[in-house]
Design a protein around this ligand. Structure first.
Ligand SMILES: [Zn+2]
Length: 281
């Protein structure tokens, strides 16, 4: 599943390609992936994409239509969750594109380019809103702070309240938005924190270290284009490169990069968890 670094790369790609472009026509090929009103104007028909927002693993395409003396200015936005296998891909005018049965929405742009939403397993989807304010109110207010901007005191306040394993808490998007299985395992290894430690037992200095490491880990992963395990590609169809730098994720039984002991494996919150019994306590 794409996590914060992969989603951020999609946002960077969209900012460089579709922001400033006007949507000439929208073709919805599978209606049940659109939640909320799905009239053409809800899907940004005839509107210009003015910016791309992100919170955690969710993306928002935002349009702003300037007003005049007769009509007030209007904003609309589409929130997109990529789920397990979703992708947003931009095709310039001269790049051929043949939609398949998993291509659910195509935005035809005035430039002749196209933006597509494709999702074979359909755990992702699109949510339409009249404004960014209504997206925040109905959907994003349920999420915790973004993993790139959360402060040590913000995370401390959330973790203090839970006896759940730190790994479960960090995976919970209501605690912290953006991390998934890959980056939580990498982060806890990097900090020497055992994934089963109760959240409330993680000390203030450890949380400060965790936040510092998390920012460094996510920033490096973003710079390397994110991690591609199976499906993930950015908005131009390029895979990421950070999978070559994973230290523990997916490497159960392999020697720990720090002490050489075989890495251990357990299941936490239904997710395979790899860690070092010697280096993480
Ligand atoms: Zn070790």
């Amino acid at each position: 599943m794409p996590e914060l670094p992969e989603v951020q790369n999609v946002c960077i790609g969209l900012t460089n390609t579709v922001v400033g472009q006007t949507i000439a026509r929208v073709s919805v090929r599978r209606r049940d992936i659109v939640h909320g009103p799905s009239r053409p104007n809800n899907l940004l028909h005839s509107q210009t994409i003015t910016r791309i927002d992100r919170l955690g693993k969710q993306i928002a395409l935002v349009s702003q239509t300037p007003g005049n003396r007769k009509t007030p200015s209007r904003q609309a936005c589409i929130c997109i969750h990529l789920g397990m296998t979703g992708s947003l891909r931009f095709y310039p005018k001269d790049e051929p594109h043949k939609p398949d049965t998993h291509t659910h929405v195509i935005w035809h742009l005035n430039s002749g380019g196209r933006l597509t939403f494709r999702d074979p397993r359909r755990f992702g989807g699109l949510w339409t809103f009249d404004s960014v304010a209504s997206l925040i109110e109905t959907r994003w207010s349920r999420l915790g702070e973004d993993a790139l901007t959360i402060t040590p005191s913000g995370l401390h306040a959330k973790l203090q309240r839970t006896r759940r394993a730190i790994k479960s808490a960090l995976l919970d998007q209501a605690v912290l938005a953006g991390l998934g299985n890959i980056y939580v395992d990498e982060l806890l290894f990097g900090c020497g924190v055992h994934p089963l430690r109760p959240g409330c037992d993680v000390s203030r200095p450890e949380i400060q270290k965790l936040i510092r490491r998390m920012r460094a880990l996510l920033t490096r992963a973003i710079r390397l284009g994110g991690s591609t395990l199976r499906d993930y590609k950015d908005a131009s169809g390029r895979p990421g490169g950070f999978q070559h730098y994973h230290q523990v994720y997916g490497q159960s039984g392999q020697p720990c990069p720090s002490c050489g002991q075989p890495l251990a494996c357990t299941t936490i919150s239904g997710r395979t968890t790899v860690y070092c019994e010697t280096c993480q306590s």
